[in-house]
Design a binder for this molecule. Structure first.
Ligand SMILES: Cc1ncc(C[n+]2csc(CCOP(=O)(O)OP(=O)(O)O)c2C)c(N)n1
Ligand code: SF4
Length: 246
């Protein structure tokens, strides 16, 4: 009996992520969902700029690399040209909520029939730990050495809450992957976000509260604690919009 196996949609290569980084967990969940929905032959992923830039090497499906922040625009083009394909983006907070905010908001407002996996780790990971739009008030980063001062830098952007004000999006949920229960919920949300696209329901975004132990300066286990104690209270988990549930 097989009790643990690698999803077929995940390439059999070693990932470059740091020890304790939750990008790997989310990759696995996305791959499991692609396998379970039987859509591996027709799925196209859009990779971001950021630590997950090399997602194109990790998923066993066609992948397109977008310029920084432009993944939802690229996904829009790919999906409109190939409506029978399943198109997803995989983006960090710098990519999705900073440079790519316009693409995010407008693709949501248009209710594009795409799936967005949004990794919120409250920092720019790839470039060495600068403040992100989602860095917490008081959070120490390379560009906020005394802690994020909201009077100078503004408040963190709560993407699900913000997008939920739009009429467009079909489904918005925030999940986390800091413990087994949350990982299971995260998988359910990711599956629903892909299923919605199969069912032609429209724009579905899952925000995954994630960890970056390297740039937070924490051990992997303390980083998961920080997710529980600091991130989740600021970014409450739950469904922010689900038009089909009405
Ligand atoms: C136009 C442009 N501006 C800036 C950069 C530099 N850059 C590369 S990755 C990155 C931050 C990525 O952070 P995030 O999206 O949060 O992803 P993470 O690395 O944390 O997973 C930045 C600023 C770039 N590549 N292109
Ligand atoms: S820098 Fe952070 S986000 Fe990037 S791979 Fe390392 S732990 Fe993950």
């Amino acid at each position: 009996m097989v009790v643990f196996d690698k999803p077929k949609a995940l390439a059999d290569v070693q990932m470059h992520y740091c020890p304790g980084c939750t990008h790997g967990i989310v990759h696995r969940l996305v791959a499991e969902v692609i396998d379970e929905l039987g859509i591996e032959g027709k799925t196209i992923g859009i990779a971001p700029v950021g630590c997950s830039v090399m997602a194109y090497d990790y998923f066993n499906c066609d992948m397109v690399e977008a310029a920084h922040g432009r993944a939802p625009a690229v996904a829009t083009g790919v999906k409109r040209a190939n409506p029978e394909n399943i198109v997803f983006t995989y983006q960090g907070d710098g990519d999705l909520a900073s440079i790519g905010m316009a693409e995010t908001v407008h693709s949501a407002a248009r209710n594009e029939n795409i799936t967005i996996i949004f990794i919120n780790n409250a920092i720019y990971g790839m470039t060495g730990g600068q403040m992100a739009p989602t860095s917490l008030p008081g959070q120490i980063t390379q560009t906020s050495p005394y802690g994020r001062n909201v009077n100078e830098c503004g408040f963190p952007i709560k993407v699900c809450e913000m997008l939920s004000q739009l009429d467009g999006p079909e489904y918005l949920e925030r999940v986390a992957v800091n413990n087994v229960k949350n990982v299971k919920n995260a998988k359910k949300a990711i599956k629903k976000a892909f299923q919605n696209q199969v069912d032609k329901k429209g724009f579905s975004l899952v925000e995954v509260v994630s960890s970056c132990p390297t740039n937070w300066g924490l051990t992997p286990s303390n980083a998961l604690k920080w997710v529980e104690e600091k991130m989740i209270p600021y970014y409450p988990l739950g469904v922010y919009k689900d038009r089909s549930s009405k």
